[in-house]
Design a protein around this ligand. Structure first.
Ligand code: S3P
Length: 447
């Protein structure tokens, strides 16, 4: 059921919070656990709708996936090559990660699955995974442009592949590596720019033979030796830096704030937003830095800061690809003109985030220039707000503009906040616990 949310200006945010578990690592924990032989545990799992869609799909594919306690899950897999054919359509809801990664896992098994999702996911491009997986021997029947719903029939004898990614995408890389797991020989993915490496880290922990070589031209070559003995493994999921981004920017732009975000993943391939905010003058400190399960983690202390505009280089995009809407909100409150480049991929996320961000910022009183792949935001001290922003089934657009409303003169409304639960269940309560003023609103009373 859709519902609208309103965000009022706040005095200051204070407190210490734990944000939900990392979405990328949670999906991978369930999928990899379900492909291994035996019992894996995942602790700190994100219990958001996207990850629950992956849990349901893994069950339909024959793994036992059980919730033992809050965030603590047990996955029992039957071993590589043992995925069962699902007896109904797999519905991935809003989740591109679930759809693309599982397309990869299924592509290496001789089974047929039919996949669909919500209106947002049904509009997203799947050719980027279909093309390499078809080269490995999988067959696809889908709509024009390779969109969902589609049917995939995995290869009985998958072929190893060497593939250069045409777009920087951890989902495409991971889909190919997951197909490569049940493929004899070496599967190699060449990334022109490195993307989040959770799949590689987790596969290594499970005993797979995977090599990663960085070349002088900035490219990264990842080679997986097929048909490893994939050991069941216990995973601890850090707090999601992409979720931490929202309270962090909220604290930076509201007067007199100081918050601590506990146990946040600080993997450099995910940390571009925080690097950028620090360059902009953001007072963000890492405390208690440590490594758990191969992933760097820290507590982040964030205080109100006077932000200055910068030029964000295109090369940084893969490390902060989901964070541009909230960065743009921070930029709207910075001094000067912030320019962000290399953003073409934003057009094929849960919504067209480039246009949606520009439109939303204009609606709350910011000057914005949008090109095919860039955004320039003119910062202003105080913004009027007083607008209703369309979320378009996009959780991050909804959360970004609720944060914007925390420092505008008039409240900011989001027309439909239901997808926030895909990645950040409990967002409203957690933010209000820090001092935010988010409330549900009757659509009839929206401005
Ligand atoms: C993800 C990769 C990114 C990101 C998405 C999660 C992943 O997508 O936007 O939220 O878990 O691999 P792309 O691979 O399309 O860049």
């Amino acid at each position: 059921m859709s519902y609208a949310l309103r965000s009022h200006a706040v005095a200051a945010l204070h407190g210490e919070i734990t944000v939900p578990g990392d979405k990328s690592i949670s999906h991978r924990g369930l999928i990899l656990g379900g492909l291994a032989t035996g019992v894996s545990h995942v602790t700190g799992l994100l219990e958001g709708e996207d990850v629950l869609a992956t849990a349901a799909a893994m069950r339909a594919l024959g793994a036992a996936v059980e919730r033992l306690a809050d965030g603590r899950w047990r996955v029992t897999g039957n071993g590589l090559g043992a995925l069962a054919e699902p007896d109904d359509v797999l519905n991935f809801g809003n989740s591109g990660t679930a759809a693309r990664l599982l397309m990869g896992a299924i592509a290496g098994h001789p089974i047929t699955a039919v996949m669909t999702g919500d209106a947002s996911l049904r509009g997203r491009p799947m050719r980027r995974v279909i093309d390499p997986l078809a080269e490995m021997g999988a067959r696809f029947t889908g709509r024009d442009g390779g969109r969902l719903p589609l049917a995939v029939t995995g290869a009985a004898a998958p072929l190893p592949l060497t593939y250069t990614l045409p777009v920087a995408s951890a989902q495409v890389k991971s889909a190919i590596l997951l197909a490569g797991l049940n493929t004899p020989g070496d599967t190699t993915v060449i990334e022109p720019h490195a993307t989040r490496d959770h799949t590689e880290t987790m596969l290594r922990a499970m005993g797979a033979d995977i090599s990663v070589v960085d070349h002088d031209d900035g490219s990264r070559h990842i080679t997986l030796r097929g048909q490893p003995e994939l050991r069941a493994t216990d995973f601890t999921v850090p707090g999601d830096p992409s979720s931490a981004a929202f309270p962090a920017v909220a604290a930076l732009i509201t007067e007199g704030s100081e918050i601590v975000l506990k146990n946040i993943g600080t993997n450099p391939l995910r940390f571009g937003l925080f690097e950028t905010l620090i360059e902009m003058g953001g007072d963000i400190r890492r405390e208690n830095a440590r490594v758990i399960g191969g992933e760097p983690i820290a507590d982040l202390r964030v205080r109100t800061s006077a932000l200055r505009a910068i030029e964000v280089p295109a090369a940084r995009a893969p490390s902060m690809i989901d964070e541009y809407p909230i960065l743009a909100v921070a930029a709207a409150r910075a001094e000067g003109r912030t320019v962000m480049r290399g953003l073409a991929e934003l057009r094929v996320k849960e919504s067209d985030r480039l246009t949606a961000t520009a439109r939303g910022l204009r609606a709350i009183g910011t000057q914005v220039e949008e090109t095919a792949d860039s955004l320039a935001v003119a910062g202003a001290g105080n913004l009027p707000g007083g607008a209703t922003i369309a979320a378009n089934l996009d959780h991050r657009m909804a959360m970004a503009f609720l944060v914007a409303g925390m420092s505008t003169a008039m409240p900011v409304d989001i027309d439909d906040a239901r997808t926030i639960d895909t990645s950040f269940p409990g967002f409203m309560a957690l933010m209000n616990g820090l001092g935010a003023r988010l409330e549900t609103v009757d659509a009839a009373t929206a401005p």
